[in-house]
Design a binder for this molecule. Sequence first.
Ligand SMILES: NC(=O)c1ccc[n+]([C@@H]2O[C@H](COP(=O)([O-])OP(=O)(O)OC[C@H]3O[C@@H](n4cnc5c(N)ncnc54)[C@H](OP(=O)(O)O)[C@@H]3O)[C@@H](O)[C@H]2O)c1
Length: 262
Amino acid sequence: MTERIWIIGASSGIGEALVREWLQHDVKLIISARRASCLEQLAQLEPEKVIALPMDITEAKSVIDAANEIGRSGGVDRIVINAGTCEYLDAEDIDLKMVRRVMETNFFGAVSVVKAGLPLLRQAASVGSKHRPELVFVSSSVTYQALPRAGAYGASKAALRYFAEALYCDLQHEGISVRVVSPGFVRTPLTDLNDFPMPFLIEPDEAARRIVSGLSGKRFDIHFPGRFTWWLKAIAMLPGRLRWRVAGRLSRHREQSGQPVN
Ligand SMILES: NC(=O)c1ccc[n+]([C@@H]2O[C@H](COP(=O)([O-])OP(=O)(O)OC[C@H]3O[C@@H](n4cnc5c(N)ncnc54)[C@H](OP(=O)(O)O)[C@@H]3O)[C@@H](O)[C@H]2O)c1
């Protein structure tokens, strides 16, 4: 039986690369995002394997309508919540509206998809689908160690990771798998806006290969590239003051204030 995968946030970057990568496998893809024209173009790659289903993750009705449509047209085995946005925080002037905006897409949008999508996965579990029903959350390696200016983005992705871990505890008893993907820097429209050096930047097709291959294994957290993600994990394990000294050295605020970091 062909696996049915719903990729949310498929219109560009990592999501688009995931569509291209998965098309090399025996799958049926339902692809969502707000930009319908990008989705339609992608679906034209293999119209018999891809269905474009435009949706705004921040609009509960849009998410429910999409899930209902999938329910009517054969259900789904795996849901990949990849939609996301990134904005940076200025510690001198906290922009509350921006923080809410980022949380609305990256965290509450994902929660909304889980609420609407879980009945579909439960349905797949109940009919004994050959493919273990699965929820995949695209978080970020920034959750391993807080980075300067990432207060809004990192907090949204850390919330997402915790949400996923809590769901893992519950859903394992229903035969539904939960996984997290934690990329380092990937060259996409999202990171094209960054005005700082991005160590170990990789291309979206490499990210997509890592994700698809990681999901074929059993690891809960699929993180890459290791040179970057292990570096962040190592900083997070440094003893107290040393950890914050290293992280603080990356801050622009330090340059602006002229204060040494202790
Ligand atoms: N690039 C990196 O270095 C990196 C690193 C770690 C984690 N990530 C995560 O990877 C995911 C993909 O990001 P990307 O780098 O590939 O950036 P991207 O090219 O900007 O892709 C973001 C995707 O999310 C969709 N999206 C955004 N808001 C949405 C909404 N309200 N409703 C539905 N879809 C929405 C976008 O489609 P529409 O605009 O058409 O809606 C687009 O398809 C994000 O969750 C990001 O946080 C990226």
